[in-house]
Design a protein around this ligand. Structure first.
Ligand code: FES
Length: 194
């Protein structure tokens, strides 16, 4: 799908009605709309505010933004799905984005993704069933000299390894990098007096 950088028209729009839910978070979106005078070419800024406020872009949010900017919903949906930094699904409590750009790929970034998928039972682009972790990928995070690079909860991590990343994410989610050693099969881990 091709998305043009400018919306279909550039007309100045009057302020529209507030969201009927009364959810105060919509006030933040309204503030951004007003800051840009309801200009249609402020769509990306408005979507950024919406996502920062709600965590993801629900259908309701896209409809609201389209209505407020008097843009076709298909246009707003097209922009929201074109840029990888927008998400249309709820995100987990923690977020890990692994770069799969060329420099990171040749330094085993795909193995990092595979290790995370296996360890946390989640596919790239999805969130774990318990809502703890969202795993994403990106094409290039602009730090190729530090490859492989990932971003964990907004923190950029350089020269990662599959096991190191799994340990870091586990630490972030559960407070421990590695599960406790299983007790010995022979005596249940109990030290017997000599
Ligand atoms: S390719 Fe990964 S940071 Fe550029």
């Amino acid at each position: 799908m091709s998305v043009h950088p400018s919306p279909p028209s550039q007309t100045r729009q009057p302020a529209a009605a507030q969201h009927p839910s009364g959810d105060p978070r919509f006030g933040l979106i309204d503030r951004t709309l007003k800051r840009f005078s309801f200009q249609q070419d402020a769509l990306i800024e408005v979507l950024h505010t919406a996502q920062e406020t709600f965590g993801f872009l629900s259908d309701d949010l896209l409809i609201y933004v389209a209505h407020q900017l008097k843009l076709p919903l298909s246009w707003v949906y097209g922009v929201a799905t074109f840029y990888h930094f927008f998400t249309l699904t709820p995100q987990g409590q923690h977020n890990c984005i692994v770069c799969l750009g060329t420099a990171c790929y040749v330094k085993r970034a795909a193995e990092i993704v595979a290790a995370l998928e296996k360890q946390f039972q989640v596919s790239a682009g999805k969130t774990t069933a318990d809502g703890q972790l969202s795993l994403g990928t990106a094409r290039c995070l602009g730090s190729c000299g530090l490859a492989p690079v990932l971003v964990l909860d907004g923190e950029v991590l350089a020269r990662e390894t599959p096991q190191g990343t799994v340990d870091r994410v586990r630490q972030r989610l559960y407070g421990v990098a590695r599960p406790a050693e299983a007790p010995s099969a022979t005596n249940g881990g109990i030290h017997e007096p000599i």
